[in-house]
Design a protein around this ligand. Structure first.
Ligand SMILES: [Fe+2]
Length: 131
């Protein structure tokens, strides 16, 4: 059973990236170990880049708009998202387990700090998923 559920509204008013690139312009990703994200776009569109080392297709790109269902992002999935030029609003109804700690779960990981992640981005062709 999850310890708690959270509902966060994330608003981008332009083509923002979450998490933002690092100071040298390298991509960064979030990865959660005690939270499952359930993202639904309520305005605009948002493209999610997902990398999970345990998946058969470890690199997937999912574009969400108002007509899409919710995107469920399992634990241990590196993820980042980019809004369309006019921005987007996403509601994340996340599920957190007993070990959830905000300061550990929302620390961006730069691709320069994770060789495996960088290698997948360099060598794997992404699977484009429509939901
Ligand atoms: Fe997340």
């Amino acid at each position: 059973m999850p310890k708690s559920n959270a509902s966060d509204l994330v608003i981008h008013d332009s083509a923002a990236v979450s998490p933002p690139d690092d100071s040298l312009g390298n991509k960064q990703f979030y990865v959660h170990y005690h939270q499952v994200d359930n993202n639904r776009v309520v305005h605009g569109s948002r493209t999610f880049e997902l990398i999970n080392f345990e998946w058969d297709k470890p690199y997937q790109i999912v574009k969400l708009d108002r007509d899409s269902g919710a995107l469920r992002i399992p634990k241990k999935t590196y993820h980042r998202s980019v809004s369309c030029d006019s921005g987007s609003i996403v509601i994340n109804q996340s599920e957190r387990d007993d070990l959830f700690q905000a300061k550990k779960e929302f620390k961006p990981v730069s691709i320069v700090k994770n060789e495996k992640l960088a290698n997948i981005l360099k060598t794997v062709k992404p699977l484009i998923v429509k939901i």
